[in-house]
Design a protein around this ligand. Structure first.
Ligand SMILES: C[S@@+](CC[C@H](N)C(=O)[O-])C[C@H]1O[C@@H](n2cnc3c(N)ncnc32)[C@H](O)[C@@H]1O
Length: 286
């Protein structure tokens, strides 16, 4: 299970002082729109440790002081990167992939037969999510030849280091976790001589990676589906609304938002209507 900055995660050896924690919580809220739960201080410190070491800072207090001074390029971005954690899993939020495979792709194929399906994986981290989407779409195409005119996936994130990993498409896959079935591994991955697996060229060719900060801009073009898992949860309601308004604008009429973010339905009644599918709830553009 992923660690949650909104919840109780006191599993670190290192402890943050109360005053550093209060100041960090206020900085993240006011300067970045990120909400840090009251019990997530030690987890935040653990995530920030590489940033502190990299910038030769001793404490979170030093970090906050540096953030207030000019001449530390990239420091704020490094903090946001560390806090929002570029962690991803193959077929991570299972419900999202079930809904995509069993409900959304069949509906799009019926509504616009023979046309290309465009999918935006927003906040794609190290790439497992968009490659999982590509595999699901390719399997759908195999089962229903000719109903889709093509597959285009644009995957974006703010983290340059995560995007580098994603573009490389080279992963360690633990067979015991069953996150990627044997069949999918054999079909969609190439084993590497030095260990690990590389996503097959066919699947890599379906995904284009771009750097993009969801708080600042949207993607040009229109999409049938936006998938955004485990990223909105970090942001305040105000910032979330701004991001969701961008997703709304980027979707084709009738397009879908897939996001397991708790409480989303109540925040976006003017933009999206919830659609209950056998695998879970998705949101259709109004
Ligand atoms: C926990 S990962 C989730 C990855 C993937 N969506 C998944 O569920 O497997 C969160 C990602 O959100 C990205 N992120 C956070 N804030 C962002 C923003 N404002 N714009 C773009 N990406 C952002 C982070 O860089 C990180 O890679």
């Amino acid at each position: 299970m992923r660690s949650d900055l909104r919840g109780n995660n006191n599993d670190s050896m290192e402890s943050i002082t109360t005053s550093d924690f209060n100041a960090l919580q206020a900085y993240l809220r006011d300067a970045c729109g990120i909400l840090l739960g009251n019990t997530a201080g030690d987890l935040a410190l653990r995530r920030l440790r590489p940033v502190l070491d990299g910038y030769h800072l001793v404490s979170v207090g030093d970090l906050l002081e540096s953030l207030g001074r000019p001449g530390r390029p990239g420091l704020k971005e490094a903090v946001v990167d560390a806090i929002t954690l570029s962690e991803s899993q193959w077929f991570g939020e299972e419900a999202a992939f079930t809904v995509l495979q069993d409900s959304i792709l069949p509906e799009i194929a019926e509504r616009k037969p023979g046309k290309r399906v465009s999918i935006w994986s927003a906040a794609c981290a190290t790439g497992q999510e968009p490659y999982s989407v590509a595999i699901i779409a390719d399997e759908f195409r195999d089962r229903h030849p000719d109903v889709l005119g093509g597959i285009r996936i644009v995957a974006t994130d703010t983290s340059r280091s995560a995007l580098e990993v994603a573009r490389r498409g080279h992963y360690e896959i633990n067979p015991r976790t069953k996150e990627v079935s044997l069949g999918r591994r054999e079909r969609y991955f190439v084993p590497l001589a030095n260990g690990g697996w590389r996503v097959s060229p066919d699947i890599r060719a379906l995904v284009e990676f771009r750097e993009l900060n969801l708080l600042r801009r949207t993607l040009p073009g229109k999409f049938d589906v936006v998938i955004c898992q485990d990223a909105l949860v970090y942001y305040s309601a105000h910032k979330r609304k701004a991001i969701l308004t961008r997703f709304h604008a980027a979707l084709n009429p009738g397009g879908y938002l897939i996001s397991g973010t708790p409480g989303l339905a109540g925040e976006i009644p003017d933009l999206f209507e919830p659609v209950e599918c056998p695998g879970g709830t998705v949101y259709r553009k109004r």
